[in-house]
Design a protein. Sequence first.
Length: 276
Amino acid sequence: MYTHLQLRDSTRPPVSLATLARMKAQGEKIASLTCYDASFATLVDEADVDLVLVGDSLGMVIQGHDTTVPVTMDDMVYHCKAVARGLHRPLLMADLPFASYPTRDVALANSVRLMQEGGAEIVKLESGPSQIEVVEFLSAHDIAVCAHLGLKPQSVHKTGGFRVQGRSGDAAAAMVQAAKDLESAGADLILLECIPSELGQRITEALQVPVIGIGAGPATDGQILVLYDVLGITTGRKPRFVLDCMQGASGNLDAMRRYVQAVKSLTYPAPEHCFS
């Protein structure tokens, strides 16, 4: 029974939240990537990525939408199931999609779906002061939570597009306080997107929990990118923080390993990937 698990490499124990906390304490950078299917999941695993996100970014890179808003819970569960089948070592995180956590009870029910049906180990929700109660409720029900601050793609219609956040003094102070409040509410991880590097450092240093960045500067405890960006699949204009690792790589696995090495060695993100 479970021979596929017995055959997996026992010298590569699965990453847990405790692993990520230890990495933060020891100054080892956390390498994270998105993933949406089992085939790429096996490669991401072999590349020694620490944290995998089944992101609602699938709405854009898989489904072809302009935003993440159309992604449903059924979409997220389907892709999470697929990715879970291909992973062994990385911690598996999944997004709660648009309008799937308007109340704490709905958030709990949808988080349970991602974990029981999808195989997720931690859920991520785009956060702010209004989500503190939801995070606290999920944490009280033993749901591991990552709170997402900064640019929140599910809110692009309200905020006016994909823009750097936290540039004014007041906005930066509010984001620092929100991060502290979400940590106090029980958030196990914080993800920061598209904010000035200095603000990313302030928040990282202010928190005990690990902080993962995407366009948030080099001082965060880890980095995450969309897999298709790392593999050079994305066409058209790319965000400033994108690192194309296919240049000079022998294949997809080699490109993923190059990304992990760049994060671990602190060569990514470089100044040209950051915001001020």
